[in-house]
Design a protein around this ligand. Sequence first.
Ligand SMILES: Nc1ncnc2c1ncn2[C@@H]1O[C@H](COP(=O)(O)OP(=O)(O)O)[C@@H](O)[C@H]1O
Ligand SMILES: O=c1ccn([C@@H]2O[C@H](COP(=O)(O)OP(=O)(O)O)[C@@H](O)[C@H]2O)c(=O)[nH]1
Length: 243
Amino acid sequence: MRGAQGLKYKRLLVKLSGEALMGAQPYGIDMGVADRLSNDIAAAVAEGAEIAIVVGGGNIFRGLSGAAKGMDRATADYMGMLATVMNALALQNSLDHRGVQARVLSAIPMPTVCESYVRPKALSYLGRGNVVIFAAGTGNPFFTTDTAAVLRGIEMNCNAVLKATQVDGVYSADPKKHKDAVRYDQLTYSEVLAKDLKVMDGAAIALARDNGLPLIVVSIDEPGNLLKALRGEARQTLIEGTG
Ligand SMILES: Nc1ncnc2c1ncn2[C@@H]1O[C@H](COP(=O)(O)OP(=O)(O)O)[C@@H](O)[C@H]1O
Ligand SMILES: O=c1ccn([C@@H]2O[C@H](COP(=O)(O)OP(=O)(O)O)[C@@H](O)[C@H]2O)c(=O)[nH]1
């Protein structure tokens, strides 16, 4: 039975970093982690939420690392975007096994592998309760999947973008390196940019600010956090507003 009562956000864009899918492994996809994330997504869909996902590719290939080894940055970035497609297919497969219909839409057309991104098609799938997984980032080199998440979040009329990460919010400094870092419950976009808080890249924050799209940063290590975030009950940092 679908009904979105009690949800603060009905339509959410979830950004999953490639590293989230890696689990404790040094590289690649841990299907156990993909399955745990799928359980959270399935629970959210069962509550009537409309879930769109942008997956990263950092567990397989990052353009910047390729460029550091002497590749052309644009070529390396295309390889990074292809890595996101692999992650998207793994996640789709995992959702499929839970009876959740998920569609992979790629910003780089590859018709024998998955569907291509077409905005009205994506909107129609979301309206029908399908999970939509956006692959290949924005389709352009020199961008990140964080920026792709905000872009698709705006295009899909999402109520917010939720960045599912390894920390439980935005801190005054990287909490993995600074034990005394302070966690914020709420920040404005301008504060994140002015303090240079590196939880999402500046292009993504500026795009969200210019379009008034709220950003939520939560930990994915805690099972059930997605549903809590949709209800507005998760331990998180909310980025919105002016000032
Ligand atoms: N000010 C900050 N607040 C929170 N996390 C931060 C901050 N600065 C750096 N980080 C780091 O950013 C990481 C989250 O970014 P994420 O996008 O998940 O990683 P990736 O680099 O794989 O895209 C956290 O694991 C944390 O260690
Ligand atoms: O619009 C985009 C999105 C991603 N990428 C490339 O894909 C890689 C993987 O994405 P990202 O680093 O954002 O993944 P995450 O950190 O979320 O795992 C990046 O390093 C870039 O090389 C790109 O070129 N354009």
